[in-house]
Design a protein around this ligand. Structure first.
Ligand SMILES: C/C(=C\C(=O)SCCNC(=O)CCNC(=O)[C@H](O)C(C)(C)COP(=O)(O)OP(=O)(O)OC[C@H]1O[C@@H](n2cnc3c(N)ncnc32)[C@H](O)[C@@H]1OP(=O)(O)O)CC(=O)O
Length: 260
């Protein structure tokens, strides 16, 4: 039987290639388990500096395997919840992996496929790639992937795409923040390689800590603490020489002299 995931190694770079091309790399319990296991293995491997996630065949990933999901109709609610929790674990493991990750996207990225893209630190796609949070059209919701997709594109965009399930193209995915770049298919590997080269030049710890930093700041919900920190910051800036010069220059209708 063909393995649903190919783990390839190129020096400090690991490539995880989803390998269900005939189903556009839709993921079932096996592929979810294989991806989660591979990521967990890479997390503690000091030789690996960058992880690239990609799909074999015509697409990156068509999301959850709809046959597998339909088949769960006869299972209990608890079994369905355990299944969904396995997907949640995959998304979180990818999101929190202490290595920079790159999504190399071509073809379709639908449903959970968008979730995988959103969980990667850098996402690059071809202009022909198409995207869709199609769950609502299936009578479902992008529930498990929602924290990651909303973190990537924001609540305002999520409201629209979650509700309509409308497909969107790569330029739109770039515009709403899901992607970092759109390049011709012939340049996709070179674009990914360029990001790998940049990441390999950065400190490995800094790379690991950068994503933890973003997560921590984004998760700060203590408004009192945020207000206090921000008030301290602006209070310092107001009385600083630079702040005073900027305020005075505006009020005196002159150009600011930052060397003062
Ligand atoms: C994570 C959570 C939810 C989800 O992810 S729900 C899944 C959302 N995904 C979709 O809605 C994708 C559905 N697929 C398509 O729209 C199209 O198949 C495609 C990917 C755009 C490709 O279209 P194309 O016309 O090129 O090819 P076919 O449609 O003929 O597909 C070939 C073959 O692949 C099967 N297939 C495609 N996607 C899936 C899928 N997601 N699951 C199972 N099978 C899929 C398709 O049925 C065809 O099979 P044949 O046997 O050859 O007919 C929930 C949460 O977040 O909680």
């Amino acid at each position: 039987m063909t393995h649903p995931l190919l783990s390839l190694r190129d020096g400090p770079v690991a490539r995880l290639r989803m390998n269900r091309p005939e189903l556009h790399n839709a993921f079932d319990a096996m592929l979810i388990a294989a991806l989660t296991g591979a990521l967990e293995g890479l997390a503690g491997n000091d030789e690996i500096r960058v992880v690239v996630l990609e799909g074999d065949g015509p697409s990156f990933s068509a999301g959850a395997d709809l046959n597998w999901m339909r088949g769960m109709a006869t299972a209990s609610e608890a079994e369905n919840r355990d299944d969904a929790l396995a997907l949640a674990r995959l998304m979180r493991t990818l999101d929190e992996l202490p290595k920079p990750t790159i999504a190399r996207v071509h073809g379709a990225a639908f449903g959970g496929g968008v979730g995988l893209v959103a969980c990667c630190d850098i996402a690059i796609a071809t202009p022909e790639a198409k995207f869709g949070l199609t769950e609502s059209k299936l009578g479902l919701l992008p529930a498990v992937i929602s924290p990651y997709v909303i973190a990537a594109i924001g609540a305002r965009q999520a409201r629209r795409w979650f509700a309509t399930g409308e497909l969107f193209d790569a330029p739109t995915a770039l515009q709403i923040g899901l992607l970092h770049g759109v390049v011709p298919a012939s340049e996709l590997d070179a674009a990914v390689d360029r990001q790998i080269a940049l990441l390999l030049k950065a400190g490995p710890r800094a790379c690991a800590q950068a994503k933890a930093l973003v997560r921590r700041v984004a998760a700060q919900t203590d408004r009192d603490r945020l207000d206090a920190d921000n008030a301290s910051l602006i209070a310092q800036l107001r009385v600083s020489p630079e702040g005073q010069e900027g305020l005075s220059a505006f009020l005196d209708k002159r150009k600011a002299n930052w060397s003062r």
